[in-house]
Write a protein that binds this ligand. Sequence first.
Ligand SMILES: C[S@@+](CC[C@H](N)C(=O)[O-])C[C@H]1O[C@@H](n2cnc3c(N)ncnc32)[C@H](O)[C@@H]1O
Ligand code: SF4
Length: 393
Amino acid sequence: MAHNDFGPSAQAEEGKFGVYIHWPFCLSKCPYCDFNSHVRREPIDEARFVRAFAAEIAATAARVPGRTVSSIFFGGGTPSLMQPATVAAVLDAVARHWSVAAGAEVTLEANPTSVEATRFRGYRSAGVNRVSLGVQALDDGVLTELGRMHTVREALDAVGVARAVFDRYSFDLIYARPRQQPADWTRELKRALAEAGEHLSLYQLTIEADTPFAALHAAGKLKTPDQDLARALYDTTLETCAAHGLPAYEVSNHARPGGECRHNLIYWRGHAYAGIGPGAHGRLDIDGARHATATEKRPEAWLMRVEARGHGLVTDDPLTREEIADEFLLMGLRLAEGIDMARFATIAGRPLDPARIAVLCEHGLVETTAAGRLRVTLPGFPVLDAVVADLAA
Ligand SMILES: C[S@@+](CC[C@H](N)C(=O)[O-])C[C@H]1O[C@@H](n2cnc3c(N)ncnc32)[C@H](O)[C@@H]1O
Ligand code: SF4
């Protein structure tokens, strides 16, 4: 992995604040997905959702007033099922309760069907300036297997519309799929890179519990690559993307320098963010304490809760120093830039254990920099969880 530092320094980043908005509906449920997404036969009452989003934004802003929002992210589910007027109304509510930084990044996740692409101009007029499309695969047979409702042609057409309408766009692919070999994946990835703008998210297929894919997997009807093949696919991904000018800046995310997703950097760099909508998570700094928040997941129950109480919170826990420090490690070491060890010490009230770092360095899994950063090396990334567990212990 290329270890270029990018973007503003961590200090200049201090005080960043993001807003995440969750749209919990999809047209159908993909068999691999365990996101908080639901299929409804009846049309969604978007006006009712707008009122509830606005109420929850107001309630959150009352707890963390006076913040400047540096990024907003509509995630899902499928936010591209929202009417542009709904997106505009939610953005208005954010701007009524906080100030929004000039040039703030406003991303919306979209499914790449032709119907959804027709809304892109409306989203731009609403204030969205970046889209992230779930292309998933450039093979029609695989798209069918993944339960997707679009073809490769339709997805690439949607990418074309995104390119024409927005200065910034990204798309997602899922790899390490059944039967996939490094040579096939490299071909597919090169085709994707030819269509890419400044950013690509490339996820290894994860078998999530309680999904149809988990049942097939358990029955031996869906085979995922073994560890060695998965590693070969991962290495191919890093090399191919770096060779095309989009090095990995995070375990699954690749960008041209400067093209990183600024909203996701807020999570990975340990800054605060509000989570709005059903099942959204947040991290809020209130009176010197960091709170982990989560809202009711079921969309209709969330609506009723917000209508009754003004917010849908079901979790609002101040975190201990240790918990904040563990999270800082877990998130920060996903980044190629790694973490600032002095910032860790400030958060944890103790430095990282130099003996543990030395052992991990000897094994070539992490490295330290003259600027006082600790980062995971290329061989360390496939065993990131073990590295984090060792450092946090
Ligand atoms: C919230 S979802 C998606 C956006 C949009 N609804 C879509 O599907 O196009 C974000 C991304 O997570 C990835 N994803 C979801 N489930 C996954 C799994 N089990 N394994 C790997 N990637 C997964 C997909 O690439 C997906 O685009
Ligand atoms: S992958 Fe996207 S479209 Fe499919 S169920 Fe999950 S959120 Fe919905």
